[in-house]
Structures are given as structure tokens and as C-alpha cells.
Write a new protein. Structure first.
Length: 357
């Protein structure tokens, strides 16, 4: 038996699976119907305990090909029901085996509907996966005094540069918590990539003479990354730039906008986004707890290109003077809708036009 204890004193009882560990973190939820392995290995969940709203997970196991990172920073997994007999021709391990290997604890049997309703009403809460609820009062006090997460990107970013060879455009990718699906999309376009740590300076980036620079997704508060903001302010003047998720927020900060922490964030594969210029709506994959303040965007510097249909969140920005743009959602969507993968093609066009000019 395991317990989820929240900072508001709520206690949820369930059965344990995965690693036999106790852990604490922000409790967040995803509305994705599939893709539990991709979500668990997405570094944007670093430091968090993830609740799956889909009532059954684990039914097709896991496979090495679907990893989004090799050492995920997620703290724990919560679901209503774990599949008893997973089966797929691609399966290399079951979900419990996978979590045990990675040292990630899980709980099943919890009323996830009630839990998610609480998170939607009260916002993100800190919680602990515990082996016993006997010391619940002490655990609640511990959770209430947990310091806010800071500089978590430094924990998940690569420590050294590494290449992903290709034959065409030279792309520098800044790893703020990079999903491998972004690299796969660039590889499909035969890009020659070099992945750099989050601490890369403008001089280090430009030393590779990039045709383009991509700012990746990542966890935490973008305001913890002043050095990255400074790097972008210099790099955007010299090379085409594309930002995704955390990269979008850092791009916004670099151009005078501000960000804020959302009540419970956007996490899932069904978020409708409207492109303002055309009115077209695409369904997108998202995973973020911070967003760009719309009223802080300087219209002399940035154009808002996309908005979230449900709540009006800023989902896309285009620089008015440099060949640079960003989106809050994941055009690489794995899994999820592929409505916006063409943004990678647009990035290639921007690069080619700059080279021809």
C-alpha cells in the first residue's frame, strides 16, 4: 500500500508499483489519452509527480524507441488503473519494470478524477508519495515548507556538447530539457545538429557558425535563466532562431515580455491553438506551467502569432526585425496531433532565405 499526501492535508490511498521509494514534488496532471512513456521521459516534468487522467495506462508496455530522454527527472506517477497484461509487438518491458529500473515510484487505484478536480480548483499542489500515512501531519508541514523549485534546467540539461550528424543545414540546439522528438524532426530534414548545454553563451553558439538556432523545451521557471536570455538577445541578431515551449518563454523574456506561473498549466495533446493571421485552428501537444503575459508583449518588437482557444494564452511569437519566432506548444508532438509539424519546414525556409540573401 502507498499513499499520496498533499500539502492541503488530503490523503489518497492506492497500490504501489515501480520503484519502492518515497518522493516529493509538484503534483500535476496530463489529459493525454496515450503516450505515457513519452510523458514520463519528458524532462519538462522534472521535479513533478504526474497524474494521468486517462483511467488505464501501461497497456502496450514501453520501448527504447519512444524515450524522450534517457534519465528523466520526473518524481512519480499516479494513475487509476495499471494494465495487468500489457501487450504489443514493440514492447520491450512493462511500465512497472520500466519505472523500477529508472527509480520512479508509482501509485494505482487512486480516484484520479477527484484528484484532478482538486488541482483544477486549487491549482498545483505539492505532494509526497509515502509508504505510510501514520506521519501525515508531519508530512503536510514538510510539504508546506518545501522551497520552490529553482534552476531545475541545470539538472536536466546535457553537460557537454554532442553532435547529431546530418548533411544539410547546421543547427545549434540549446538543451533546456530537450525532447528527442525535436532532434528526430530535425534529422528528418537532414539537419546537421550540435546540442549545447543550457549555459552556452552567445560566443559559444556563434562559434559553430550556425545556419539556425533552436531553443528547446524544459522544466521550471524561465526567469531562472537570465544567462540564456542574454544569449538569445545576441544570437537572434546573427542567426535565424526557433523557440519551443521553454524556448518560447526565454525568447519572450529576451525581447522585453514577462512570464507568469499558471494555475495548473497546460499538459496534454488536445489543446486547440488559433493562428491569428489565417484563423486556422490546430490541435497541439503541450506541457508547461508558465506562460507569456499577453499585455507585456511589446508590439514594436514582437507579433503575437498564435493563441490558445480556451484561455487566450500566448502560443506563438514572431520577431518584427529578426528572422526569429517561437511557439508555446510542441510541433514535434510525440505522441499527439501532427497539425503543426510544418513549423519545422517553415524554420528551414527561414534559414534558406537568410542564406540566399
Amino acid at each position: 500500500m502507498r499513499y499520496l499526501i498533499l500539502e492541503d492535508g488530503s490523503i489518497y490511498q492506492g497500490a504501489g508499483f515501480g520503484a519502492e521509494l518515497e518522493t516529493s514534488g509538484e503534483v500535476v496532471f496530463t489529459t493525454g489519452m496515450t503516450g505515457y512513456q513519452e510523458a514520463i521521459t519528458d524532462q519538462s516534468y522534472a521535479g513533478q509527480i504526474l497524474v494521468f487522467t486517462n483511467p488505464l495506462i501501461g497497456n502496450y508496455g514501453v520501448t527504447l524507441a519512444d524515450y524522450e530522454s534517457l534519465k528523466p527527472g520526473i518524481k512519480g506517477v499516479i494513475c487509476h488503473q495499471l494494465a495487468r497484461r500489457p501487450d504489443s509487438w514493440r514492447m520491450q518491458a512493462s511500465l512497472p519494470q520500466f519505472l523500477e529500473t529508472l527509480g520512479i515510484p508509482g501509485i494505482q487505484g487512486i480516484d484520479t478524477r477527484a484528484l484532478v478536480k482538486k488541482l483544477r480548483v486549487h491549482g498545483t499542489l505539492r505532494g509526497k508519495i509515502a509508504a505510510s500515512a501514520a506521519d501525515a501531519t508531519a508530512i503536510v508541514k514538510e510539504l508546506q515548507h518545501l522551497p520552490a523549485m529553482h534552476n531545475i534546467i541545470k539538472q536536466v540539461s546535457t553537460k557537454t556538447a554532442y553532435p547529431v550528424p546530418g548533411a544539410k543545414r547546421n543547427i545549434v540546439v540549446i538543451d533546456f530539457g530537450l525532447k528527442h522528438s525535436i532532434l528526430r524532426e530535425l534529422s528528418k530534414r537532414d539537419c546537421n545538429c550540435i546540442v549545447l548545454p543550457e549555459s552556452a553563451t552567445a560566443a559559444q553558439v556563434l562559434a559553430y557558425h550556425p545556419d539556425g538556432v533552436l531553443l528547446s523545451n524544459g522544466p521550471g521557471n524561465p526567469e531562472d535563466m537570465p544567462q540564456a536570455v542574454k544569449m538569445v538577445q545576441e544570437v537572434e541578431q546573427h542567426a535565424p532562431l526557433m523557440g519551443i515551449c521553454m524556448g518560447h518563454q526565454i525568447f519572450a523574456l529576451a525581447n522585453g515580455a514577462r512570464t507568469y506561473k499558471m494555475k495548473f498549466g497546460h499538459r496534454g495533446f488536445n489543446h486547440p491553438v488559433r493562428e491569428i493571421a489565417t484563423g486556422n485552428i490546430g490541435f497541439t501537444s503541450q506541457n508547461h506551467g508558465y506562460a507569456v503575459k499577453a499585455d507585456s508583449v511589446d508590439p514594436a518588437q514582437l507579433l503575437i502569432t498564435h493563441v490558445e482557444v480556451n484561455d487566450g494564452t500566448v502560443e506563438g511569437l514572431q520577431h518584427k526585425h529578426y528572422p526569429a519566432f517561437s511557439v508555446q506548444f510542441h510541433p514535434d508532438a510525440t505522441p499527439g496531433p501532427h497539425d503543426e509539424t510544418s513549423l519545422f519546414d517553415y524554420f528551414m525556409q527561414v534559414i534558406d532565405q537568410r542564406k540566399e540573401g
